[in-house]
Design a protein around this ligand. Structure first.
Ligand code: MG
Length: 277
């Protein structure tokens, strides 16, 4: 019998395991470069942001008097599925609504453009899955521009896919996540993109995100409509659209969701001078 070259065998086993793990959970090497950045889409080598402890959460945040309430703990009436079905997500006794995996994303019946959104969310207390498979959802403005929701508490994934990332585009500045099962919040100021009559982009979308009260995106520009394993790009659409919550197969909970529409600069000027469009 020939002697076994053990060091060689061990080397190849380790190498193949680590490359499989990287491909599955931590990032990609075969995706295109992000324009204006030094990284590829979902780059496995992009450093994850530093961790910040945001402090503990107590009661839900107060609701401003001019807010449109999208979920107050009692009813999913403000929401529907993409095909027009009434919302099938589950209203629970604790005042949350929980994703019913497989039922599909939920979209607001009302459409919004520029807005301020408050939303509270909790990932499952019992951790199952890893990376993108662990506590995944997302908030999509106009149904297209995603701020990622993920259990990013000691859960490694590609930097541009962790909680509060503009998915596939920009990681948050810091990781302000709370632990599995704890209530977390996003306060988001979203500016919708503007398109000229000929369909060309006049102004991209911008977003500011506070995660558990910590600024993690500061008027960050969206490169385009959220995409997976591809560079995002814009195509023209209406100035308003539904706010979408993603069913990614995890039993995520949401509570205390409200939105305030923000006037554009032109609308604000018209209001101030008493003129109408
Ligand atoms: Mg998501």
């Amino acid at each position: 019998m020939r002697p076994t070259p053990r060091p060689f065998v061990a080397f190849f086993v380790v190498a193949s395991i680590s490359s499989a793990a990287l491909a599955q959970g931590v990032g990609y090497t075969d995706t295109p470069m992000l324009p204006g950045q030094a990284w590829k889409v979902h780059d496995k080598d992009r450093p994850n942001p530093p961790v910040v402890d945001p402090g503990s959460a107590d009661a839900p945040a107060p609701v401003p008097s001019d807010a449109v309430v999208l979920f107050d703990g009692t009813s999913t009436d403000a929401w529907q599925h993409g095909d027009g079905r009434d919302a099938e997500w589950i209203v629970k006794e604790d005042g949350s609504m929980q994703v019913k995996p497989g039922s599909g994303d939920l979209l607001t019946r009302e459409h919004f453009g520029d807005c301020q959104l408050h939303i509270e969310w909790a990932t499952p207390k019992v951790v199952t899955g890893t990376g993108q498979g662990r506590g995944n959802s997302g908030v999509f403005f106009l149904g297209m521009y995603e701020v990622q929701i993920l259990d990013s508490y000691e859960n490694r994934t590609y930097a541009d896919g962790q909680a509060a990332a503009l998915y596939g585009q920009y990681p948050p500045m810091v990781n302000a996540s709370r632990g599995p099962g704890e209530w977390q919040s996003f306060d988001i100021i979203f500016e919708a993109p503007r398109f000229a009559r000929d369909g060309s982009l006049e102004k991209p979308a911008f977003v500011t995100v506070l995660h558990n009260g910590v600024v993690v995106q500061h008027r960050q520009e969206f490169l385009g409509r959220t995409a997976h394993r591809a560079v995002a790009s814009y195509s023209p659409h209406a100035p308003k659209g539904p706010i979408k919550l993603q069913d990614h197969g995890n039993p995520m909970r949401f509570r205390n969701i409200w939105v305030r529409s923000l006037a554009s600069a032109e609308e604000q000027a018209a209001t101030e001078t008493g003129r109408r469009h």
